[in-house]
Every structure is written in structure tokens, then in C-alpha cells.
Design a protein around this ligand. Structure first.
Ligand code: AP5
Length: 216
């Protein structure tokens, strides 16, 4: 089963993807996490992506598509994956469809987590992340020990691209380049809108319900 989690920056894609992948045993593939890992390890891809990420812009399609293709070709993704942050442009969506078609597969479901802009800014401003990509929020999902990950105790950090100016640009870029995917997947009958303003637990329950319905 291939599920694409769609939604603006800060909608809760990463938070929900971690919860769902644990519950459903689906591999969580986050394009943002893969880029950040490359950045940390100073790989050629990380160096190419850095300037775009720092500005809150999208990394060019050719680099992004090649990177995700490579990830989806790995054995743990052969039975499906939960895609978080990819696709983000019509070209990426077409590339994903073509890639899956080669394997005789398709995207099965596109939950679209909707959250109004003012709330996104508050969420990203209060987000703290662990080295392994676990996500917390000072108010909505605080760690048990301030500044430390609940799971491995590692220090939490704030993402460079969560600075207010960069957040504004990320939202602008989302509205310009990613929102066309809402209609793209709606026309294919794959889109299910999820109210992302509910609590983390409630959003998770709603998402699991639509995924389980698909499995029946
Ligand atoms: P990426 O890492 O994908 O960032 P994003 O899409 O902007 O999404 P975020 O990770 O910021 O938010 P999220 O929806 O996962 O929310 P989260 O769960 O953390 O991309 C970063 C950059 O990489 C891009 O700008 C681009 O440069 C590049 N990139 C990545 N993919 C690319 C692609 N395909 N093409 C080109 N470039 C690409 O939650 C946010 C906060 O809210 C947390 O603190 C959380 O605790 C809290 N929260 C979550 N849910 C709730 C809730 N229901 N109620 C209250 N608080 C909540």
C-alpha cells in the first residue's frame, strides 16, 4: 500500500507518519528527513540541497525525484510506504505514478491534512526535533524532560528552516507549487481530507480509520 500524506508545512505529516508507520508496519519515507540526513553528513546531495532548504524553497525536481526513487527501490519499500513530503509538485507526482506503474502498482490513498495558516506558524515556531526526527511541541506535545527526546534522551533542536521568515516562504511555496496536487489526486478519487486542527491523537484516529477502510 502506497500512501501519500499531503498538507502544508506544520500540518502534522511527520508526527502522524511516525505514529501510523508504527501501528501499521508501513515504512515512513520523509523526503525532508532524507535531505536533512544528507545535509548533516555533508554529502554532495546535501550540499546541493542546502541553499534551497535554507531559503524555504523546494529542492529541484530532478534531484528530489532521483533521491526518492533510490529510497523506494530499497527492499523495505517493496510492499508499500507512507510518503511524507513527497510528491510536492505535479512533476514529482507524475514521476511517482510512473515509478509505481513500472512495478504494476499505484498510489492507493492521499490523506490531505488541512490546517489554517495562522496555526501552522504557531506550530512551527514551537517545534523541537530529535536527532532521529522525532517531533515535539512546547505546548501541544511537550517532551517529558524539557529539551530531551522521550525515546532516546538525545538533545532536541529547532530546525533552521523554522525561523519566522523562512516559515512564511515555505507556506508561500506550498500554496504556489504543492496545492495543485489537491485537485490532481481529487480527480483520481484518491484524496481524503482530514481535519488537522484536532488534537494529535484525534487526527491519528481519523487517519487510521481511512487507512483501515482501504485495507478492507
Ligand atoms: P519537510 O521536512 O518535508 O518539511 P514540511 O513539509 O515543510 O513539513 P514539516 O516537517 O515542517 O511539517 P509536518 O507537516 O511534518 O509537521 P510536524 O508533524 O513536524 O521539508 C523541508 C524542506 O526540504 C523543504 O522546505 C524543501 O526545501 C525540502 N524538501 C523536502 N521534500 C521536498 C520535495 N518533495 N521536493 C522539493 N524539496 C523538498 O508538526 C509540526 C509541529 O506541530 C510539531 O511541533 C508537532 O508537535 C505539532 N503538531 C502536529 N500535529 C499537531 C496537532 N494536531 N495539534 C497541535 N500540534 C500539532
Amino acid at each position: 500500500m502506497y500512501i501519500v500524506l499531503l498538507g502544508p508545512p506544520g500540518a502534522g505529516k511527520g508526527t502522524q507518519a511516525s505514529l501510523i508507520s508504527e501501528k501499521m508496519g508501513l515504512v515512513h519515507v520523509s523526503s525532508g528527513d532524507i535531505f536533512r540526513e544528507n545535509l548533516k553528513n555533508l554529502t554532495p546531495l546535501g550540499k546541493q540541497a542546502q541553499a534551497f532548504m535554507d531559503r524555504g524553497e523546494l529542492v529541484p525536481d530532478d534531484l528530489t525525484i532521483a533521491m526518492v526513487k533510490d529510497r523506494l527501490n530499497q527492499p523495505d519499500c517493496q510492499k508499500g510506504a507512507l510518503l511524507d513530503g513527497f510528491p510536492r509538485t505535479p512533476a514529482q507526482a507524475e514521476a511517482l505514478a510512473a515509478m509505481l506503474k513500472e512495478w504494476g502498482l499505484t498510489v492507493n490513498l492521499v490523506p490531505y491534512i488541512s490546517v489554517p495558516e495562522a496555526e501552522l506558524i504557531e506550530r512551527l515556531g514551537g517545534r523541537w526535533t530529535s536527532q532521529k526526527g522525532r517531533v515535539y511541541h512546547v505546548k501541544y506535545n511537550p517532551p517529558k524532560v524539557p529539551g530531551r527526546c522521550d525515546v532516546d534522551g538525545s538533545p532536541l533542536f529547532q530546525r533552521e528552516d523554522d525561523k519566522p521568515e523562512t516559515v512564511k516562504n515555505r507556506i508561500k511555496v506550498y500554496l504556489q507549487q504543492t496545492t495543485p496536487l489537491i485537485d490532481y489526486y481529487k480527480e483520481q478519487g484518491l484524496l481524503v481530507e482530514i481535519d488537522g486542527t484536532k488534537s494529535i491523537k484525534e487526527v491519528g484516529t481519523d487517519l487510521l480509520a481511512v487507512i483501515k477502510k482501504l485495507k478492507k
